[in-house]
Design a protein around this ligand. Structure first.
Ligand code: 5RP
Length: 292
């Protein structure tokens, strides 16, 4: 480990220079992976746009029944046609999602806390890779808590899942958590996304922030942006637009879709930004037309 004294501040991100090792494959950083990994990544990231619309409904893994997700069996089928990838727990997927669908699966495999805990950063790996294989998961999602009390165990969880994923060619999605004590600055997200990428994940989920394009430039795998708390629809679409403009390869939204009064139209509007080059204003006009 280098001596930290006199370390220079990183600043040479060259955000205007495209990723140099694309090698003809549409997923950033995946050029040297094997066929199975590439196939899973292609199930998630559209080969034409290079992007994905993930729908996160894994909140129950620590929040229990969540507003808007009370009836997973009713919510998921109506949104399914408008998204590319379902992000959920094996319990939700097996009970409430028909296997007769063509969507990618991002399987939440870390767990161990609940809303009743003060500190949410202590998790375990709760799903064996064999079960991820049985479910035909396209990636396994692990929460990481950089800078938190549970950092070491979350990075241990992450490395176990990456190692198992490498054995069976299943990508890992590293989810950057923002606990109460963690800052939401580009400094934090550059640190956390890069650590997670260097651990060996094939994609990262994180939050949008100032200088987001620098976070993207310094991260050698695709970033999908988390939605976070429910915003007014126009603001959520601006978040989506800025994320894609900043170099994100998709959105992984939950509450901004399922807590919208018009969740289907909201998913459709996000899709326009992610795959069809709509601006936030155009997508909001589409949304308003669709709900009237
Ligand atoms: C938690 C997660 C959840 O999937 C995600 O936060 C839920 O999405 P949203 O915040 O958009 O409701 O990864 O870290």
């Amino acid at each position: 480990m280098p001596d930290q004294e006199g370390l220079k501040i990183a600043k040479d991100y060259q955000t205007e220079v495209p990723f140099a090792n694309q090698g003809g494959f549409h997923v950033k950083g995946a050029n040297s992976l094997d066929w199975g990994m590439k196939k899973h990544l292609t199930n998630i990231f559209d080969p034409e746009s290079g992007n994905t619309v993930m729908f996160a409904f894994d909140h129950g893994y620590f929040m229990g029944s969540t507003a808007g997700l009370e009836r997973l069996d009713l919510v998921i089928p109506k949104l399914m046609p408008h998204i590319d990838c379902l992000m959920g727990t094996r319990g939700a997927l097996r009970t409430c999602v028909t296997p007769a669908n063509r969507k990618a699966i991002a399987l939440r495999v870390s767990s161990g806390t609940s809303m009743l805990n003060e500190d949410l950063s202590h998790e375990v790996v709760a799903v064996d890779v064999e079960d991820a294989i049985r479910m035909n998961a396209d990636c396994m999602a692990v929460q990481t808590f950089i800078g938190a009390d549970g950092q070491l165990e979350s990075l241990d969880n992450l490395s176990r899942v990456i190692n198992a994923g490498m054995r069976y060619s299943i990508p890992t999605l590293g989810v950057v958590a923002v606990g109460k004590e963690m800052e939401r600055t580009d400094r934090f997200f550059k640190l956390a996304t890069r650590i997670v990428a260097e651990m060996g994940v094939q994609m990262v989920k994180t939050y949008y922030c100032d200088n987001f394009e620098e976070v993207v430039a310094a991260c050698p795998v695709p970033i999908v942006v988390a939605g976070g708390k429910k915003l007014p629809e126009d603001e959520a679409l601006t978040l989506a637009y800025r994320s894609i403009q900043g170099g994100a390869h998709g959105l992984d939204m939950g509450r901004n879709i399922f807590q919208s009064e018009h969740s289907v139209e909201m998913a459709q509007a996000i899709r326009k930004i992610v795959h069809s080059g709509y601006t936030d204003k155009e997508a909001y006009e589409f949304y308003l037309d669709a709900i009237h």
